[in-house]
Design a binder for this molecule. Sequence first.
Ligand SMILES: Cc1cc2nc3c(=O)[nH]c(=O)nc-3n(C[C@H](O)[C@H](O)[C@H](O)COP(=O)(O)O)c2cc1C
Length: 448
Amino acid sequence: MSYDKMALVGFLQAQNCSNYPGSWRHPQARQDFLTADYYQHVAKTLERGKFQLLFFDDRLAMPAIYGADHVAAIENGVRVVKMDPITILATIGAVTERIGLGGTLSTSYFEPFHIARQFSTLDHMTGGRAAWNVVTSLNDSEAMNMGRAESISHDERYDRSDEFMDVVLGHWNAWADDALVLDRENGRFADGSKVARLDHHGEYFSSRGPFTVPQTPQGHPVVIQAGQSGRGREFAVRWGELIFAIFPNLAFGQKMYRDIRDEANRQGRDPDSFRIAPLIYPIVAPTQAEAEDKAALIEGLAKPIDALALLSEVLNFDFATKEIDEPFSDDELANLSGLLAIRDRVLSLSGKSNPTVADFIAFSARGTIKEAPNFVGTATQVADGLEQWFRGGACDGFVIGASHIPGTYEDFVNYVVPELQKRGLHQVDYCGSTLRENLGFAGYRVAK
Ligand SMILES: Cc1cc2nc3c(=O)[nH]c(=O)nc-3n(C[C@H](O)[C@H](O)[C@H](O)COP(=O)(O)O)c2cc1C
């Protein structure tokens, strides 16, 4: 273990539910998700709990593959609202002071110059608190919203993204720290020799520069990545400073944690220059019985349509074309695309080489909180579980998923955070003003 304090990250969505679609049906869920106050309230709560970061995921489409239609997803509120995360981050930045502010933008649908400029701007406007979650996009609905028929093939997405990162980091490093002179008396604004032009002409991208935003308070925004496949993980280790993951259990997490750090050593990167944080769903209450009741209520909010709509999205296959007990043929399984880890999980957990639609629903746990580990209990019990993972070499922190908003975060901050702080596992205050400092990366910059 390389860090003595865990990194805590709030997993937010600029949408009508959390990542758990059933969350909007929860009796205590706030319904004003179209207001700034909704997101600002969550951010202030997380900052009260000294979370290092909150970040918004993103997808450029609503579920519309199931039944080749969007109506079922809309009727059931299955992640159908998707607002622009960067705009919301700016409103949060104005009412918070220390918490890091992460947003997701896809390398498949934007130009590197555009993304570099958006996050540099956010970094300046928030005093060095910005982070970019680099995703490659896996879903054909997104492609169809953005001028393409289907998403780019898996490994090519990552090849393009390697070059994309070269361009972004090239721009981010264009202005030397001391390029701004601001000498009114002598009429000299900046040192022209300290602003480099990138002149990138690669296989996938061209960008000339010079970049139009001076270097930011933390050098450049923090880079987040969550590739899970072999190629994705190689990319994550090459570029990520925070690496997000889903580890179904402790033993799996310990193995993956070692594998990711080994991959860093293989690439010649210092494994202590990034942090690994898996997604979890905590449910906490004053007594174990109350926590279990809460969990039962939350689990009861999921509907089969949630799983079917989301499976169709993430595997680019219309699950409405099959009966519930109909097995997938070998060809159909081979032609699935997108998040293939889900297909492989269903194959392995069901023990069947031709699982049915019902098997996909049951074993993928898509659309339920079982998609990632649940920590259910009192503050002491939840803290025990997190401590076991953190001290046990499975992670350097956690991405906290919400089962309802804002309740999950209020409960976690009110009950679990003090317990973690008492044990010395979580910071009692922010140690710096930039996100990079608060993650323990002071001075570190991703090399070009
Ligand atoms: C915590 C977490 C958050 C993620 N957020 C997003 C997101 O906002 N948008 C997205 O398209 N993919 C997101 N992903 C998916 C990953 O970027 C990645 O595509 C996925 O894990 C599959 O890995 P692969 O691309 O190597 O196959 C997320 C994954 C995790 C574990």
